[in-house]
Design a protein around this ligand. Structure first.
Ligand code: HEM
Length: 409
């Protein structure tokens, strides 16, 4: 039985995730359970210029799904998260498809998703495997404990996304440096000041247009070439390249890091996966994505007054869809606190479930599958070499450090 009260709820506080309990996936599962049972629509106020002044938090699977699907009541046209309210304003609001509604959203989404045809995904799979082998070779050559996040989990999505977007090899380190700063705006170890965050955003924006121009003169089969061939103007180009960069790199890295951490904690699950390392089944990858929940939430904005469970949310207000809580709603996910790689069905919310659901979910799942296959085939054991530590953020569930030791197979 929970002893929490409404005053204890801090599910959008960066410190909650920085100080997460590694035995509960780093998540405040007790607070989520309280919200599910007692406060399904939870209004919070923030007194921090970087955050929206007030937000209504949805935690139940069914309510989040409704907010995603009822586009007459909920609009995506506004800030996509609760952070960066006054300071970043227009900058963050560059119009990527994540913050567009209706026809405009569908047109842009078609441009981006068209880059992920089965044929393209097939060629990407071969490239991902080459990247995975190289990254694991490098880690094995260290022959001593190392940080899994920087040596493996960071490298794999960086190269994979570099291929997907068509970022030239020599530009990748600086490109992903901006992404790191942008994605960790509340952690001074990564983004010392908010000015650094702003600078990173404006540099990605500038680079996005340069990359689009490069693709106009040298087209290739990548996403930015498709964007260059479309009717998107400069603001959409900035918004969408930034969205792809930040949405795809950090998230996959965090899924890999939280996933490996949990596998090391649960030897029976590690054995189960090792027995299937030749061809990791999709449900295992989806369970990793569920417990990792790389984005805690995203926001929608009420188009009109909405009455939910007796709470009235006025028109024009931000509503946070707390995916991380939805993933642990026992009315839809049986025995949710158990990490079960064979879970099926698995109606997790980590990729969203409505019109804006993740365009890259198959690509991300493929990356995770291939990296884990190579990792488990090439090692006989993976041991923790120190405690996991988390980035201070309320949106991106980043792992700061995960010390490990690989024993070669
Ligand atoms: C484990 C990794 C990933 C996770 C957990 C994730 C999660 C999400 C979530 C939660 C959304 C918003 C859903 C909504 O608002 O309904 C989203 C949207 C999006 N994601 Fe991902 N993502 C991942 C990887 C990727 C990758 C690899 C790509 C690109 C290759 C990508 C591209 C996008 C795009 C373009 C959107 C906007 C879709 C739209 O607004 O229509 N994501 N993602």
């Amino acid at each position: 039985m929970t002893t929490l009260t409404a005053a204890d709820i801090a599910v959008l506080d960066p410190d909650t995730y920085a100080n997460g309990d590694p035995t509960t996936f780093g998540l405040p599962l007790d607070q989520y359970a309280f919200l599910h049972a007692e406060l399904p629509v939870c209004r919070q106020e923030f007194n921090d210029p970087r955050l929206v002044p007030e937000v209504w938090i949805l935690s139940r699977h069914q309510d989040i799904t409704q907010a995603e699907q009822d586009t007459d009541s909920f609009s995506a046209d506004g800030l996509p998260t609760v952070w960066a309210y006054n300071i970043v304003g227009e900058e963050v609001g560059a119009p990527g498809i994540l913050v567009q509604d209706g026809e405009q959203h569908r047109d842009g989404r078609r441009v981006i998703s068209g880059a992920f045809t089965p044929k393209v995904v097939e060629t990407l799979a071969e490239r991902f495997r080459r990247h995975a082998r190289r990254v694991i070779d490098h880690a094995l050559a260290l022959r001593e404990p190392f940080d899994f996040v920087s040596a493996v989990a960071h490298e794999m999505p960086m190269q994979a996304l570099g291929d997907i977007l068509g970022v030239p090899d020599t530009d990748r380190p600086r490109f992903f440096g901006w992404v790191d700063t942008f994605s960790s705006a509340f952690d001074e170890r990564i983004a010392p000041t908010f000015d650094d965050v702003l600078r990173a955003i404006s540099e990605i924006h500038e680079y996005s247009v340069e990359l689009r121009d490069l693709k106009r003169s040298c087209p290739a089969g990548d996403v930015v070439t498709r964007i260059a061939e479309s009717r998107m103007g400069d603001p959409e180009v900035r918004g969408n390249v930034t969205l792809l960069a930040c949405g795809a790199a950090e998230s996959t890295r965090n899924a890999l890091s939280h996933g490996l951490h949990e596998l090391m904690r649960q030897p029976d699950q590690m054995r189960w996966l090792r027995d299937r390392a030749d061809d990791i089944p999709p449900q295992a990858v989806q369970e990793i994505v569920r417990i990792a929940c790389p984005f805690t939430h995203m926001t929608r904005w009420t188009r009109r007054e909405v009455d939910l469970h007796g709470t009235v949310i006025p028109a024009g207000k931000p509503v946070a869809m707390l995916w991380a809580a939805g993933n642990f709603d026992e009315t839809v996910i049986p025995n949710p606190n158990r990490f079960d790689l064979s879970r099926s069905p698995n109606q997790h919310m980590s990729f969203g479930r409505g019109e804006h659901s993740c365009v890259g979910k198959h690509i991300a799942s493929l990356e995770i599958k291939i990296l884990l296959e190579e990792l488990l085939q090439r090692t006989s054991e993976i041991r923790p070499a120190g405690p996991i530590s988390y980035v201070r953020d309320n949106y991106s569930r980043s792992v700061y450090e995960l010390p490990v030791e690989f024993i070669a197979a």
